[in-house]
Design a protein around this ligand. Structure first.
Ligand code: GDP
Ligand code: MG
Length: 175
């Protein structure tokens, strides 16, 4: 039996308006909150039991944007990263690439547990980024890739966060 729970620090990054807050709240509560605009970074704490292992998870929902895509203080604090763009916003996809590059640089030589999340897949009619482009970017950075919709369902969102938690936890095991 495990006595000391893992403590996992997750940072949610990406351009403004891509749905970082909606995704975070969806994961934590299973509910969809469509208006969650606040210009502050929010830190959430929760305890999860995943694969019979208990972890204390802290999730930082970043609101204040950095020129470089990610603040060095956030990259230092975080162990696992959710990088979000929106399928109807090409600029946000470019920014996701910038964020992933910055993370690789700032965390080097450590491996960076990260997932690339393409949000708002319900807006298929307004799509500016194809699934293939998203996959290609994730392959380039060796991270997992999910297309989800915070608006439509919690299922994909939950799976994506869980896989990041597993990957981040695995880093503890090898440390
Ligand atoms: P943030 O700035 O990245 O935190 O983005 P928010 O979570 O505040 O969401 C920005 C806007 O996108 C809000 O109006 C949300 O209602 C909307 N939104 C978030 N997720 C989705 C989604 O999956 N589909 C659609 N259609 N809209 C979404
Ligand atoms: Mg937000």
């Amino acid at each position: 039996q495990q006595h000391t729970p893992y403590r996992l620090r997750i940072v949610v990054l990406g351009a403004e308006g891509v749905g970082k807050s909606a995704l975070t709240v969806r994961y934590l509560t299973r509910r969809y909150i469509s208006e969650y605009r606040r210009a502050i970074d929010l830190l959430y704490r929760h305890t999860v039991c995943l694969d019979d292992v208990t972890s204390e998870v802290e999730i930082l929902d970043v609101s204040l944007r950095e020129k470089e895509g990610v603040a060095s203080s956030h990259s230092r604090w975080g162990e696992g990263f959710v990088v979000v763009y929106s399928v109807d916003d090409l600029r946000s996809f470019k920014e996701a690439g910038v964020v992933l590059e910055a993370l690789t640089r700032l965390k080097a030589p450590l491996e960076v547990p990260a997932i690339l999340l393409a949000n708002k897949r319900d807006l298929d009619h307004a799509r500016q980024v194809t699934v293939e482009e998203g996959q290609a970017l994730s392959l380039q950075h060796g991270c997992q890739f999910y297309e989800v919709s915070a608006a439509e369902s919690h299922v994909g969102v939950t799976l994506a966060f869980q896989s990041l938690l597993r990957e981040t936890r695995a880093l503890h095991l090898t440390a």
